[in-house]
Design a protein around this ligand. Structure first.
Ligand code: B12
Length: 441
């Protein structure tokens, strides 16, 4: 079959990111199919570009990766869905069936399929489900009902198959290759994306990650992880940094340490960053990460109130966050903590408590987000209901950020300016840009 893999993501903030998920699905598509990658990230007119490519190449199937539904400021779901709808329309006009997938799709697959009226969608990981769908399509649709996590339209209505009983063993999959990746990702930003595991057993109340990757850790052999990185370095020039895309790189600590040891043994000289968690984080792991090239980490601290941390089932306390910060300082790792303000049940006093905590913690940088649920965009009444509280949180945030130069509020464009980002990149600053927050202004 002639299959075009389309990366629909065009988000440039905080940086454009390599379409790793789509590359994983592509790498595991059985040989014998004719495949191509169309990345719309840097296209000026993405919808026209897609139409022209469909006309020129005549695919028999379009596999569209929807990485995000939200934007970098956690808004604009509506605009994204409209744009994705235009892509599906182009395929429909050309008579090409569409399969949707990706992290953004997976957080609300039924709603998105119903809205975009694409024929098929796969939520969660795609490496087994997508080939199974290809087989079923080649048999004229026989066996569609057996494909886990497949959503499809039957007379305009979404029919969803149950989730798989077991998730994939990652070491049995073919690794993603970077051969077809648009070199502009590396020329402009220089950051590679690398995954060492899937799944997150943490119970954080609001989190959608388990919908995408499952709740149990599935670890990759560190040798295979570093093999993939070395292959990327051989396939593409301009990689000067990598980011571990795992929900939390530092858990389980033993596996994180094994990956670090492999990087050290292979003398990989690249700097890297990751997501980290205070649980199980100790000086030994921090020192090993530093020795392996880690320059800093993003920590999903979320709140500076123990009441809220408990309610969100984060599994750590503010004291644990203080401990983590002091380890980072001792070892020489930069820490950037993300906070989500105004989650369900939070009052303005809790928000103040978080901001006061941040003044005490003094992390290297902090990213402050106002809570917004994905489904709010599809439910104007819910969004309206939360507006007044969000406005109050916003006022507080504007006031406090004015005198805290290391606090970043993307939704308010505070210390989050695409023009400054461009200048920093032109001057050769590598890795995530929060590392240079002290140069702000
Ligand atoms: C790492 C990460 C980041 C890093 C990326 C760093 C880097 N260099 O890559 C940073 C911090 C920069 C980031 C930024 C953003 N992110 Co982010 N990020 C993640 C995270 C944790 C992992 C993404 C990843 O690479 N996974 C690894 C790959 C292999 O998995 P995958 O993409 O899911 O692909 C699999 C399946 O989805 C499926 N699949 C994928 N494509 C396709 C296509 C087809 C046809 C099929 C059938 C299947 C399929 O198969 C793949 C393999 O199994 C996810 C959460 C999560 N746990 O998934 C959020 C996530 C993807 N991000 C999200 C968002 C919103 C953003 C931002 C818009 C906002 C923000 N948080 O700052 C920006 C946008 C950046 C951009 N330019 O697009 C959302 C997207 C969904 C949504 N709610 O919109 C997620 C899901 C988190 C969340 N809040 O729920 N992010």
């Amino acid at each position: 079959m002639r299959i075009a893999f389309v990366s629909a993501n065009r988000e440039q903030l905080p940086d454009p990111v390599v379409p790793l998920g789509l590359l994983c699905v592509m790498a595991n598509t059985p040989a014998g199919h004719d495949t191509v990658l169309w990345d719309l990230c840097f296209e000026r007119q993405p919808v026209d570009a897609l139409r022209e490519r469909i006309e020129a190449w005549r695919p028999e199937l379009l596999a569209i990766g929807l990485r995000n539904v939200q934007n970098s400021d956690y808004t604009n779901i509506e605009d994204n869905l409209r744009y994705y709808g235009q892509l599906v329309d182009q395929a429909r006009r050309a008579g090409v069936p569409v399969v949707l997938g990706g992290a953004g799709f997976s957080v609300m697959p039924r709603e998105i399929l119903a809205r975009l009226q694409a024929q098929y969608g796969v939520s969660g990981e795609g490496e087994a489900a997508f080939p199974a769908l290809l087989e079923a399509l080649e048999r004229g649709g026989e066996g569609l009902e057996l494909i886990p996590n497949l959503h499809h339209l039957v007379q305009g209505q979404v029919v969803s198959n149950p989730a798989p009983a077991t998730l994939l063993d990652l070491d049995t999959l073919r690794p993603a290759t970077r051969r077809d990746v648009d070199p502009r990702y590396y020329q402009r930003v220089g950051i590679e994306s690398l995954q060492t595991k899937r799944g997150c057993p943490l119970g954080c109340e609001y989190c959608t990650y388990p919908l995408i990757e499952g709740r149990r850790h599935r670890l990759r052999d560190p040798v295979r992880v570093v093999d993939e990185l070395e292959a990327a370095l051989a396939d593409q020039s301009g990689i000067d940094h990598f980011f571990f895309v795992d929900s939390v790189f530092t858990l389980p600590a033993r596996h994180a340490a094994a990956v670090c040891r492999e990087l050290i043994a292979r003398k990989i000289q690249l700097q890297w960053t990751c997501y980290a968690n205070p649980i199980g984080f100790d000086r030994e792991l921090a020192a090993l990460m530093k020795a392996a090239g880690c320059v800093g980490m993003e920590v999903g601290t979320d709140s500076g109130s123990d009441t809220i941390l408990k309610r969100q089932r984060k599994g750590f306390t503010v004291a644990d966050v203080h401990r983590m910060h002091s380890i980072c300082q001792d070892v020489g790792l930069l820490d950037c903590h993300t906070f989500v303000l105004g989650t369900t049940g939070e009052t303005l006093d809790h928000v103040r408590e978080t901001l006061d905590f941040l003044d005490q913690l003094e992390p290297f940088a902090a990213i402050l987000m106002m809570w917004m649920e994905d489904l709010e965009a599809l439910d104007p009444a819910l969004s309206q209901q939360r507006r007044a509280f969000r406005d109050a949180v916003r006022d507080l945030l504007v006031q406090r950020c004015a005198t805290r130069p290391r606090w970043i509020a993307p939704q308010l464009r505070i210390a989050y300016d695409p023009r400054i980002f461009r200048i920093l990149r032109k001057k050769g600053f590598t890795g995530p840009l929060w590392q240079y927050i002290h140069l702000n202004g």
